[in-house]
Design a protein around this ligand. Structure first.
Ligand SMILES: [Zn+2]
Length: 124
């Protein structure tokens, strides 16, 4: 099984947010492509944190040694765990949070065309 990063977004905070929200340390949330909200809620307490960490650092090597996992990164109720950076990451001067999407699809198998051609030949 191969786990790929399919999306790596940095989303600027809403300028209308409170100064506390505006200045808090960057959160990094990891999503699974195709996961439903229900699956997400069921799985939220047992995420593969070390795999997530390596994927986040693959996308943002500069954060090595600067992130920690927190079950309450996104919300105090625990519904959106993630990593918290030890600083506020900025892009174009604006504070951002980071959203990584992973896909765990099996790599597509190579189709052996000789069988296809054989089948077509037999059909002709
Ligand atoms: Zn919540």
């Amino acid at each position: 099984m191969q786990i790929r990063i399919t999306e790596n977004k940095q989303i600027a905070r809403n300028p209308g947010s409170s100064s506390r929200e505006w200045n808090k340390a960057t959160r990094i949330h990891v999503f699974h492509e195709g996961e439903t909200l229900i699956q997400n809620l069921i799985e939220r307490a047992r995420r593969p944190v070390s795999m997530y960490r390596s994927k986040v650092l693959e996308a943002h090597p500069d954060l090595e040694g600067h992130i920690r996992w927190s079950q309450t990164a996104g919300c105090s109720c625990g519904c959106s765990p993630g990593f918290i950076a030890d600083r506020t990451v900025r892009q174009d001067g604006l504070p951002v949070d980071i959203y990584i999407t992973l896909s765990a699809d099996e790599p597509e198998e190579e189709v052996d065309m000789s069988y296809v051609l054989m089948a077509l030949g037999e059909a002709a």
